[in-house]
Design a protein around this ligand. Structure first.
Ligand code: UGA
Length: 439
């Protein structure tokens, strides 16, 4: 089988490469000549563990190629995947659909026999119908069907998520299109991956509802963490205690500094807009969006409180600026909210991140970027862990104690045990867990 993938961003590149691994001939197309030239030479436009070697392997296999020519990508294709961006509009947070619709129009001009036009990008409900209209208007003789096939890839674990998904969602009215989609995902039958074959509208809502539910789960446990702090309880035990109930489930119950990234913030905002458009207000999600924004801001207060209410001229060591580990993505990262608030309050910031410093430099001023965690911590008044990178999980605590000015840590990801930190002589403040005051 043969497919074209339009857009070599995160979703397009991972999906295209993994489909090639499934044995399908894939041509990825992008307007950005530099990106395509780079990819042909094995240079990745994003950081994703395992992607570079898989791209190299599939280029060598002859099943994966890159081009700037959409016509070439669509030649003899059974399906063409739209995987371009749907960024939030600055004014109201609605998904900006201009790239998707432009891609649909160009696809219509280049159709080569019956083709399934698939939306992989996260798109509001109604998009598949809109694409159908655009294609028919542009090319009245076109033979095609439209299918919604949302992605559920987590950054940092995207290849595994594609190869071993919890489910595949296929939204189309056409049995012919559904069959082609089933064929494309055939290698997953061996793992008995559930396939949800449904209408385009249902499929489009599944994507937003899934992300919004996960964002709600995180926001819920974050508020429970506040209660645990006030009442002297332990949120990790609470999460375990409720998560063992199969109806709730244990995943996505880690309290932290608030969710970030390119998906949850964008998709929750967009869902509130979709709800308003359809006169079906999404009150819970509107609240989640607000609570999460407050949560990120309140984390700066937590650091200031730990410094007895004053961080003026204090040296603050920050560990981690990406929105989560194993990615260089800093979009909507809590660090981009917390660091400027601490700077406004007069703090000097010394920060380290294993991968994301170059990205963060584009958004943050006056940060002293360091070679490692220890350089950041030297003479620091306080150390703040914002992202739970593996290399921050095994820090030499005795060494930290010797090099820091004050032995004080705010751990926003609960990666250390309060008792052990106390024994090492630290004041240790974490999320939703009682501070150990004395032995
Ligand atoms: C998310 C979803 O998990 C994917 O299924 C989905 O396909 C993707 O969005 C998308 O729409 O493209 P991603 O944004 O890569 O994936 O990252 P997650 O691992 O879901 O984490 C999102 C945020 O939630 C991070 O800031 C993370 O630190 C935070 N989080 C996650 C918590 O604070 N607590 C948790 O228990 C889990």
């Amino acid at each position: 089988m043969r497919i074209g993938v339009v857009g070599t961003g995160y979703v397009g590149l991972v999906s295209g490469t993994c489909f090639a691994e499934f044995g399908i001939n894939v041509t990825c197309v992008d307007k950005d000549t530099n990106k395509i030239d780079g990819l042909k030479r094995g240079i990745m436009p994003i950081y994703e563990p395992g992607l570079e070697s898989l791209v190299e392997k599939q280029i060598k296999s002859g099943r994966l190629s890159f081009t700037t020519d959409l016509g070439e990508a669509m030649k003899d294709a059974d399906a063409v995947f739209i995987a371009v961006g749907t960024p939030p509009k600055i004014d109201d947070g609605q998904a900006d659909m201009s790239y998707v619709y432009a891609a649909a129009k160009e696809i219509a001009q280049n159709l080569d026999g019956y083709t399934v036009i698939v939306t992989k990008s996260t798109v509001p409900v109604g998009t598949a119908r809109e694409i159908e209209k655009i294609v028919k208007a542009t090319n009245p003789d076109a033979k095609f069907d439209v299918c919604s096939n949302p992605e559920f890839l987590r950054e940092g674990a995207a290849i595994n998520d594609f190869m071993r998904p919890d489910r595949v969602v296929i939204g189309t009215d056409s049995e012919r299109a559904a069959e082609i989609m089933r064929q494309l995902y055939r290698p997953l039958y061996i793992n008995e991956t559930p396939m949800v074959v449904t209408t385009p509208e249902t499929s489009e809502i599944i994507k937003y509802a899934g992300n919004a539910f996960l964002a709600t789960k995180i926001t819920f446990i974050n508020e429970i963490a506040n209660l645990c702090e006030a009442a002297g309880a332990d949120v990790q035990q609470v999460a375990k205690g409720i998560g063992l109930d199969g109806r709730i489930g244990s995943k996505f119950l880690h309290a932290g500094p608030g969710y970030g990234g390119s998906c949850f913030p964008k998709d929750t905002m967009a869902l509130t807009q979709i709800g308003q458009k359809y006169r079906a207000p999404q009150n819970i999600i509107e609240t989640v969006v607000w609570v999460n924004a407050e949560r990120q801001r309140s984390m700066a207060e937590r650091v200031i409180d730990a410094c007895d209410g004053n961080v003026k001229d204090k040296k603050i060591a920050i560990l981690g600026v990406s929105f989560k580990p194993n990615t260089d993505d800093v979009r909507e990262s809590p660090a981009l909210v917390i660091i400027p608030l601490l700077q406004e309050a007069g703090a000097n910031i010394y920060a380290h991140d294993p991968i994301a410093m170059n990205e963060a430099k584009k958004h943050l001023d006056d940060v002293h970027w360091t070679q490692d965690a220890y350089e950041a911590a030297t003479d620091a008044d306080i150390l703040v862990i914002i992202t739970e990178w593996n290399e921050f999980r095994g820090l030499d605590i005795d060494r930290l104690g010797k090099i820091m000015k004050e032995k004080c840590i705010v751990d926003m990801r609960n990666i250390y045990k309060p008792k052990i930190m106390k024994q090492a002589g630290f004041r240790y403040i974490s999320i939703g867990r009682p501070e150990v005051k004395s032995d």
